[in-house]
Design a binder for this molecule. Structure first.
Ligand code: T1G
Length: 704
């Protein structure tokens, strides 16, 4: 036995404990060890019942995704076949009680459903999140789950991928009981009670929860519609419905064979490759060489300077995470306005059923408002979210540098300004760091953690720990204009404007981008953010060097007062709420400005639009790696997946380029360089990797 499963005896009950840190993932070894431990317990005459549980913080959080990554790239060697083990569990003459705590996810829930009975601690979470990895449950989960909870619930769980609580699982019939006290003791007591029963229920035999044939088609159709709606462009959610249909229409073993075929169809897909890559990339960004894994600076209280949109959103994110927040602004009316926005946002969450009124009361209770800076002196963390102006920020950091206690982290939420210049004003650059949140800050998962020249590793560690505490993804980037996210976003946005000058329309460009999988088209994003935001950036940073082509229209729209959604007109018109409508006035303006500039108008294909926009991100991304502003291609991908609505099923711009082949990407960029000039000069790193037949993933692996 490999040692990932231990057996302990509580008199006549054997407790098989899975111990494979960090999350007891079901790899080959665990499956073998569990099989051996089960055999031993089954053959031991002194044992009358069996309990299976997990050691550490969780039951089993799924099959080993590392092995699934291998499978996605064609290596079958690591993927365990759990069928035999599950059959032996189910066929055991001794009752098998699964005791669940922490998470029982994917293969972990499938294991639990192969047992005869399931009990859980009250805070356990149970789910089939495989669709988030481009997969479907592949260990009989799509066959057992509907037999326990019915087809509708099984569809909801497998399509959404979201875990459910122990309480919901009990109500749904997925578990048989919630253990309030010690889980092991409760499970053992339950197992001992059941030992007397002559037989034990096998999930495979259950059909009582399956719907009558007549109602099934409507259920499946609704399931497919839901899958297409919540997971646009994704294959796995639809395939999961096919597998559940097999459960409702076929005998168990046949249904399992159908599931197995469907599983292997998606397991090697490009979407699975991309989503599994994204899973590990999101965890890799937290590992930064030279930065301690865990921060030694506990953060309990936060002072936020500036109660505007960003300050208010950051305050909510902190309060949601249990932190006490002092919100500071210069006047009471500004504070009242900020607090009113916060209250409105919380009301919206209650209206959507995401929070209860009690939850909101608790969170608002953690936020206090101050028109003086007294709270700065006692705060563990100070976050400046004031107007985007260097003089304003330096004045604030001069004062904060004086008032904040030793060891406090001093952060700025600037999105464009030089962190070192701000840090210099504080007189304590080691404590200063950029925390670039994205609007709305209480929703967006990304935080760009901007490391200044003087920022201490401990300060970076504290920022990474804070991001995790806020349930956000912190990505460490260098201090240069636009950091990483906006550095790529600006040329991408201007390339879109050049495309409409040449003959495309904003609606066409945005359709191509949403068809590609982007959450929103770039013109709709510009209108949402406000055209004046980019206008202000352009004043300090002209889009391209003198002598190169410059965008013609955006400034004119601003002069016309068309600032986007907030003025009900920007690139689009917004007659009804937030729905963008093409506006002939804008199309005419674009055409006339282009003609005046001598730009030849022509039909622009969707393929050209997609390539010129996505490859702008790739080429600029490669430059950011060359400049070491981004350390890994995976960092760029995680930034675009969690902050810019890039489709996860494509893995991010750099992963997309790898999948497409850097040779083809480089060829296409050289084509654009020849036609459109200097802004398309291929990044040397990209050219080198293409020449060597290498990839950005290999580039990262060499730097890991
Ligand atoms: N396999 C391998 N490693 C895993 C893992 C898994 N299933 N889950 C987590 N890890 C690693 C992770 O990479 C990280 O490593 C560490 O554990 C802590 O994770 C056959 C096909 C459980 C909710 O999709 O959602 O079963 O970075 O930082 O925030 O049908 O991890 O420290 O080196 O995320 O506390 C289905 C995936 C698989 C669940 C904990 N299961 N995991 O969150 O910690 S497919 C999942 C999670 C499957 C079967 C199918 C979360 C978590 P490192 P973490 P966390």
């Amino acid at each position: 036995m490999g040692g990932t499963v231990s057996t302990q005896h509580s008199y006549d009950v054997a407790i098989l404990r899975i111990d494979n840190p960090p999350v007891n993932a079901l790899g080959l070894e665990v499956v073998d060890d569990l099989g051996a431990a089960l055999a031993a317990a089954s053959d031991d005459p002194a044992v009358r019942a069996i309990v299976v549980m997990g050691a550490g913080r969780t039951f089993v959080a799924g099959a080993d995704i590392k092995a699934l990554e291998g499978l996605a790239w064609g290596d079958m060697s690591g993927a365990p076949d759990m069928h035999d083990l599950f059959q032996r569990l189910e066929d055991s003459r001794k009752p098998v009680v699964m005791a669940l705590h922490g998470t029982a996810l994917g293969g972990g829930l499938e294991l639990a459903m192969a047992g005869h009975y399931r009990v859980a601690s009250a805070d356990a979470r149970l789910g089939q999140p495989e669709v988030n990895l481009g997969l479907i449950p592949g260990a009989e989960g799509t066959q057992r789950l509907p037999r326990l909870v019915g087809v509708q619930k099984a569809l909801d769980m497998c399509i959404s991928g979201r875990p459910i609580s122990a309480r919901d699982a009990l109500d749904a019939g997925l578990i048989d009981g919630i253990i309030e006290g010690d889980l092991a003791d409760g499970a053992v007591a339950r197992a001992r009670e059941l030992a007397a029963s002559p037989s034990h229920p096998r999930t495979r035999d259950r059909r009582d929860r399956l719907p009558p044939a007549a109602t099934l088609p409507a259920m499946l159709e609704a399931g497919r519609a839901l899958a297409a709606k919540v997971h646009r462009h994704r294959d796995a959610p639809l395939v999961a419905v096919d597998a559940i249909e097999a459960a409702a229409t076929l005998p168990f073993d046949q249904g399992c064979r159908v599931e197995r075929d469907l599983f292997f169809r998606v397991a090697g897909s490009d979407q699975a490759k991309a989503l599994i890559y994204a899973f590990f990339a999101e965890r890799a960004v937290a590992k930064v060489p030279g930065v301690p894994k865990d921060s030694s600076a506990p953060i309990a209280s936060v002072a936020i300077i500036g109660a505007g949109t960003m300050g208010g959103g950051i305050a909510m994110a902190c309060a949601n995470a249990g932190l006490h927040v002092a919100l500071i602004d210069t006047t009471q009316p500004l504070l009242d306005q900020g607090l009113a926005t916060i209250a409105r946002n919380y009301d919206a969450s209650v209206a959507r059923g995401r929070l209860t009124a009690a939850d909101v009361g608790e969170r608002l209770g953690r936020i206090s408002a101050h028109s003086g800076s007294e709270p700065v002196a006692s705060a563990d963390l100070v976050i400046e979210a004031a107007f985007e102006d260097m003089a304003v920020k330096q004045a604030i950091f001069t004062r904060v540098g004086r008032e904040a206690k030793p060891g406090a982290i001093l952060a700025t939420n600037t999105s464009t300004l030089d962190i070192d210049a701000i840090a210099a004003a504080s007189g304590r650059p080691a404590d200063v760091i950029g925390l670039h949140f994205f609007s709305p800050a209480h929703v967006m998962r990304l935080v760009e953690i901007v490391r200044g020249a003087g920022t201490a590793p401990a300060t970076v560690a504290a920022a990474l720990t804070l991001a995790k505490r806020l349930s956000k993804v912190g990505v460490v980037v260098g201090n240069a204009f636009g950091f990483v996210g906006n550095r790529l976003m600006l040329p991408y946005m201007y390339e879109a404007q050049f495309l409409v000058e040449e003959g495309a329309t904003p609606a066409q460009v945005d359709r191509v981008l949403t068809d590609f999988g982007m959450a929103m088209g770039i013109f709709a994003v510009d209108d949402l953010a406000g055209l004046d935001v980019a206008w202000r950036v352009r004043q300090a940073h002209p889009p391209f060097p003198p002598g190169q082509r410059q965008p013609l229209v955006a400034d004119v729209l601003c002069e016309m007062g068309r600032l986007g959604q907030k003025t009900k007109a920007g690139w689009y018109r917004y007659a009804a709420g937030r729905t963008p409508e093409p506006d002939a006035e804008v199309l005419t303006l674009i055409e006339s400005r282009a003609r005046d500039a001598g730009i030849e108008r022509r039909t622009v294909t969707d393929e050209e639009i997609s390539d010129r926009l996505i490859l702008t991100l790739v080429n600029e991304g490669a430059r950011a790696l060359e400049d070491a502003v981004a350390r890994r291609a995976a960092d760029i991908d995680v930034i675009y997946l969690t902050g810019y609505g890039f489709p996860a099923f494509r893995g991010g711009p750099m992963f997309y380029a790898d999948q497409r082949g850097l040779n083809d990407v480089s060829r296409r960029i050289r084509e654009f360089h020849a036609r459109h000039g200097a802004r398309w000069r291929p990044a040397p790193l990209l050219e080198r990797l293409a020449r060597e037949g290498s990839t950005f993933r290999e580039f990262d692996a060499q730097r890991a």
